[in-house]
Write a protein that binds this ligand. Sequence first.
Ligand code: FAD
Length: 308
Amino acid sequence: MLRSSLLLASRSATIRRFVEHNPLTQRVVGRFVAGTGVDDALNTAAELVHSGLRVSLGHLGEDITEVAQVSTTVQAYESVLEALAEAGLAAAVEVSVKLSALGQSLRSDGERVATDAAYRICRAAGTAGTTVTLDMEDHTTVDSTLGILRTLRADFPWVGAVLQSYLRRTETDCAELAAEGTRVRLCKGAYQEPESVAFRSKNAVDHSYVRCLRTLMASSAYPMIATHDPRMIAIAGTLAAEHGRGPDEYEFQMLHGVRPDEHLRLARAGHTVRVYVPYGDDWYPYFMRRLAERPANVGFFLRSVTTR
Ligand code: FAD
């Protein structure tokens, strides 16, 4: 109920204005978001890399409505990739990209616009010496995103995809991407989806997650296990060991600001751990999805905006 309300609020312009213009919100947002500029992103990434972690930087923004916004987003990625290479961080820091920020859902020719823009980002990533992962958004975008992934992989075989275990279709998608040897970030899913396409109970989502994990671990794909769930993490560790995978043959991924002690614990135990670090001005929808994931985050947020 609370999750649905917060996910609906993530698309409300009125609530967005209230939350964005509340000066106290910044304190809470700062827990999940690295800052607004390239320097903020780089400083946070460097700090994490120095503590033994890897990073995926995501420039915040989604669902653009004007084609002119596409070049701005591409340029933001080109700048950060260049800066990563200059700072010697490209081996440990990749980028994550939302295709809706590149025009995927524009009425006129959106898919082509997004493919061309993603191609430019992949070229910049290749030059910098790092990789790109395509975030997955709501279920209406999955076919298009996987289509664009396959187009990009023809030239950039290291482009990764995200699959969401709450979608009923995901086991089939997972088997296909596993057979193609893709880098796959497996998460549970963060959007408001109808029951016709998505499992509703935590139990069903978790079972789907484990089935997909089994498929990925048994394949030539590179599994990226994106979860904070201790059970999923333990099962992934066991499956990796059963399949004889070394620490460079899979990785754990978690969000910046969520269970930071666990990031370090896993890294110190010898696992590869990558932290997803968002940065930029357009933090509202990302922030609301984080609140929706965990009621404790809402309490933390309310306490921060009502007390000094
Ligand atoms: P949940 O089922 O939310 O939580 C399970 C358990 O994990 C909890 O009971 C608790 O024990 C622990 N836990 C969870 N959160 C916390 C916390 N804040 N503090 C302490 N313990 C906690 N979603 C998409 O739809 N598309 C994407 O492209 C995408 N990319 C992602 C990339 C990364 C690297 C990660 C980590 C997540 C991404 N997500 C994405 C979000 C994801 O779908 C989930 O919404 C989010 O990760 C919460 O699910 P969970 O697996 O952590 O487990």
